[in-house]
Every structure is written in structure tokens, then in C-alpha cells.
Design a protein around this ligand. Sequence first.
Ligand SMILES: NC(=O)c1ccc[n+]([C@@H]2O[C@H](COP(=O)([O-])OP(=O)(O)OC[C@H]3O[C@@H](n4cnc5c(N)ncnc54)[C@H](O)[C@@H]3O)[C@@H](O)[C@H]2O)c1
Length: 251
Amino acid sequence: MSASAGKIAVVTGAAQGIGRAIALRLAADGADIALLDLDGPAVRSVAQEIETLGRRALPLETDMLDRAAIAGAFATIASTLGPADILVNNVGQSARERAAPFWEARAETADFLLRICLHTAMDASREAVPAMRSRNTGRIINISSDSAFVGSKSSAAYAAAKAGLIGFTRSLSRELAGNRITVNAIAPGYIRTRAMELLPAAFVHKAIEETPLGMLGEPSDIAHAVAFFASDAARYVTGQTLIVNGGRWMN
Ligand SMILES: NC(=O)c1ccc[n+]([C@@H]2O[C@H](COP(=O)([O-])OP(=O)(O)OC[C@H]3O[C@@H](n4cnc5c(N)ncnc54)[C@H](O)[C@@H]3O)[C@@H](O)[C@H]2O)c1
């Protein structure tokens, strides 16, 4: 039997990059997928890819910065697919175009980064947890960043938000352990996504040089780690952060 057969998974920021790879991987493992993303056409296109794998897909054009919209999306998921067994809090961004030393960066940029990288995970978890608790089952997987460990010279707020996500993961894992719900995090390093493709070649070259394995990661590298945490094989693993970064930072 496939690792996530018959499960309902919710993936945020699922229209492209890492979120898309996670959604496709969980579908390949047998889950039906709700995909939440701001980009309606792109998220509907990923849903079509999932349907060709023989799974149900529910694309929901949702602004994850809007709590009422998140609540509405979860209500639609429950009535259409059923309650979520797996929640992957993937949405987030580093706002690299606004990168600056902390003392020069705008306070509004820090507010935005904390909201998009940390509050979205809390808001989606708040919606998903009650049905998980009532059924004493569930998997929550938060996509952090190795910036939480390495730090970021040009986006302290991003690193702070991603470190906050690890604190949230550990706390929620303790609160939900009695319900047999696991909560884990993944901290990617440099992964080849749209954001990376927009960066200057010199930045990408330096990123590869800093990485012991000497290459960028692929979105599928993160999806494999998510598939493990979502599977029964990870039933005794909770509160952990798996760093998937080619060795750039070692715990
Ligand atoms: N790519 C990397 O190198 C890297 C490294 C470390 C951590 N991460 C983390 O991995 C996650 C995914 O990164 P990615 O590179 O695949 O990102 P991406 O920019 O390629 O994709 C992000 C997705 O989120 C969606 N989105 C953005 N704002 C939204 C909003 N308000 N509401 C709903 N959807 C919204 C976008 O439409 C897009 O589909 C993020 O949390 C990111 O911080 C990425």
C-alpha cells in the first residue's frame, strides 16, 4: 500500500516550486490533495496534474494572509474532500527584492515576513487541528529554512520568522502528542525554484560553493522529506526539524 493512501492532505503555497512538488509527491503516495494558493490559474493546473495521477484534487485560490479566507478554505475542504489528515505549511517567502541590513529594512517588510512565514502556519494549523484532535490522528509539517540556523545577513526578519516556526513546531508537537498528532519541520537550504532563478548568477555560484554537496537542491528533495514525515514510518518522530541543505549547516 502507498505511504499516504486514502489520506487527505492540505498543502499551502502549492502552485509552484516546493509546494507543487510536495503536492505531487503526496498524491503519488496515494493522498487526495487540497491546494491553497494565491495564484488561481497555476494552482488549478497543478490540480489537473494530480487528477492525472488518479487522485482527487481541490484547488482553492486563497490568500493565506487573510484569516477569514483560510477558515473558508478549510470549511470547503472538509465538506468536499473530508477533514485534513496531513497539513503542510509551505507558503512563505524571503522577499529578496527588499533584502537589506536590519537597521535599513522597513518595519513593514519585517511585519510581512513574520505574517507570510509564521502566522500563516499558525492560522492554518488552528483550522486543521480540531478535526485532527477529535479523530486522534494527524500530521503537521512546517517548511522552515536553514536560515533559522545559519542566519541571514540581508533578511533578519525572514530568519527570525523561520526560527519562530521551529519553536512553534516544538510547542505544538508537545500539545498534540497526547492525540497522536505529530508536528515536524523541514529546513531547506538552497533549492532550485523560481526565486532562485531570478537571482544573479554570482549569488547562485556562491550558494553552490557554500554547499558541501556542491549543488542546489531540487523541490523534490524537500518533497521526499515531507513524504517521510507524513507516512506511518514516521509515527514515532515528533517535534523535530530535518535540515535538507546539502550540508550547508550541520546540527
Ligand atoms: N527555494 C528555496 O531555496 C527555499 C529555501 C528555504 C526555505 N524555503 C521555503 O520553502 C517554501 C516554498 O518556497 P518556494 O521557493 O517553493 O516558493 P515559491 O515562491 O516558488 O512559491 C511560493 C508559492 O506560494 C504562493 N503564495 C505566495 N504568497 C501567497 C499568499 N499570500 N497566499 C497564498 N499563496 C501564496 C505563490 O503563489 C507560490 O505558488 C517557503 O516557505 C520558503 O520560505 C525555500
